[in-house]
Design a protein around this ligand. Structure first.
Ligand code: IFM
Length: 450
């Protein structure tokens, strides 16, 4: 058995996001978000559900924090719903909405749980969506204003801030593939949105730092290491393209202040011309010195080029079809280790945190009310080992947030996919820790893999 211990100061937490758990979408002055609108559109959400109730965290947060404490969490990553705190997207703060986060933060601190805030986890105020959302360059200034105001009000108690969660998803799922709000299917829009999200990250960081200088600020990217299915030229070429658009399009501007040059002609072709939405000076603004990089890691991609027809993304193949989660994602701890090593080598971030990692499996309570989610335990164990291997090889990995604390609203899948270490009965709102939550509690306590 591997008895390597995680360092005492390695941070173990769990993550959620506002729209996925809060519910209470029309109370205390919150305005609608683009996700409230999207859920109302016929056929957008697999089970026809929405975020109106979700996990009722808005009402139950004190009990939820007590549960986090019982599970031994050292940190909790959550997001602020922009339309709750600034219903017009800009200007006045909604004091009632902000009071929720104030109280949540105080509750966490009273239990000795570090709050980690994500500013944007996809629930854009619908009024900003009506102005073009991430296609309208003005949004970059609006985001910076929102970021600064949140830091001004919460930065006395919250030191760890993440500007954006998964820009690739915002841009590609929201504006290019149409699977997420606002549901556009337009390649050029996807690239414009990606740029504006990145620019808003840079402007946001500057605005936050002008407000306070004692913060730990980063961004969270969903990164998927890509491996060619064979050594053929077609496979290698498709792998380069996948890596370029999925990973490097975000990493290179953030860390190096440049675009990945090999990708530019291809992106220009998709955009039908020059990338004129990238203005002089933008890339320098995006390249702010990060205190940490957050990584959301779920799986790797194996790419086969010969199946690719023009305009299609590369098809991914599972190496072992038996070892896949309910999302149809391959379980690949090696991918995590390789990703961490590559980030350390190519981008040398100040610090790395895994801000999400986990798996969807549909296990439910047995007659005794126990949830034996053995597949999730195995998944977590394998990824914990991969982290240890990376740590051993000198990667500056400082912490890990399990996705997710609760089963919750899984976007276009509705409530059909269960990522939680805590099971939620959506009717009664009962919470039941699964075996994985108890396994995680032991890991946190003992610092070695149970
Ligand atoms: O539920 C999502 C989360 O909102 C963002 N990262 C991936 C998770 C699982 O799909």
């Amino acid at each position: 058995m591997n008895q390597q211990a995680f360092p005492q100061d390695f941070l173990f937490g769990a993550a959620t996001s506002s729209f996925q758990i809060e519910g209470a979408t029309d109370v205390d002055g919150r305005s609608p978000s683009i996700w409230d609108q999207f859920c109302q559109e016929e056929g957008r959400i697999a089970d026809g559900s929405d975020g109106r109730r979700a996990c009722e965290h808005y009402l139950r947060f004190r009990d939820d924090v007590a549960l986090m404490h019982k599970l031994g969490l050292e940190a909790y990553r959550f997001s602020i719903a922009w339309p709750r705190v600034m219903p017009m997207g800009v200007g006045a703060i909604n004091e009632k909405g902000l009071a929720f986060y104030d109280q949540l933060i105080d509750e966490l601190l009273s239990r000795n749980i570090q709050p980690w805030i994500t500013l944007y986890h996809w629930d854009l105020p619908a009024c900003l969506g009506d102005q073009g959302g991430w296609l309208n360059r003005d949004i970059t200034q609006h985001f910076a204003e929102y970021a600064q105001k949140m830091v001004a009000r919460l930065g006395d108690r919250v030191k760890n801030w993440i500007t954006h969660n998964e820009p690739w998803c915002v841009a590609s799922l929201g504006y290019r593939q149409g699977e997420h709000a606002p549901g556009l299917k337009d390649p050029r829009s996807g690239w414009i949105a990606a740029h504006h999200v990145l620019l808003s990250h840079g402007l946001g960081m500057k605005a936050m730092q002008s407000e306070r200088q004692d913060l730990n600020i980063g961004i969270t990217l969903n990164l998927t290491p890509a491996f060619a299915a064979s050594d053929s030229k077609a496979d290698r070429e498709a792998t380069r393209r996948f890596d370029g658009s999925f990973n490097r399009w975000y990493l290179d501007p953030i860390f190096k202040g440049c675009l990945p040059v090999d990708m530019v002609p291809e992106v220009e072709e998709e955009c039908g011309g020059a990338l004129d939405f990238i203005h002089n000076g933008d890339l320098a603004l995006i390249q702010q010195k990060l205190d940490f990089l957050g990584i959301n890691y779920y799986s790797r991609a194996i790419i086969r080029g010969d199946e690719q027809s023009e305009g299609q993304t590369s098809r991914t193949l599972h190496a072992d079809p038996a070892d896949i989660t309910d999302m149809d994602w391959e379980v690949s701890p090696d991918g995590l280790r390789e990703l961490l090593l590559r980030l350390q080598r190519d981008y040398a971030p100040e610090a790395l945190y895994i801000t999400e990692n986990g798996a969807a499996y549909d296990d439910s309570p047995d007659a005794q009310g126990r949830i034996h989610d053995a597949r999730r335990v195995r998944y977590l164990e394998k990824h914990a080992r991969a982290m240890q291997e990376a740590l051993k090889q000198g990667v500056k990995l400082k912490g890990y947030f399990l996705w997710s604390l609760f089963d919750n609203f899984e976007w276009a899948y509705g409530y059909k996919k269960r990522f939680g270490m805590v099971w939620v009965d959506y009717e009664t709102q009962t919470r039941l820790p699964k075996d994985s939550a108890l396994w995680y509690r032991d890991l946190i306590q003992q610092r070695i893999i149970p």
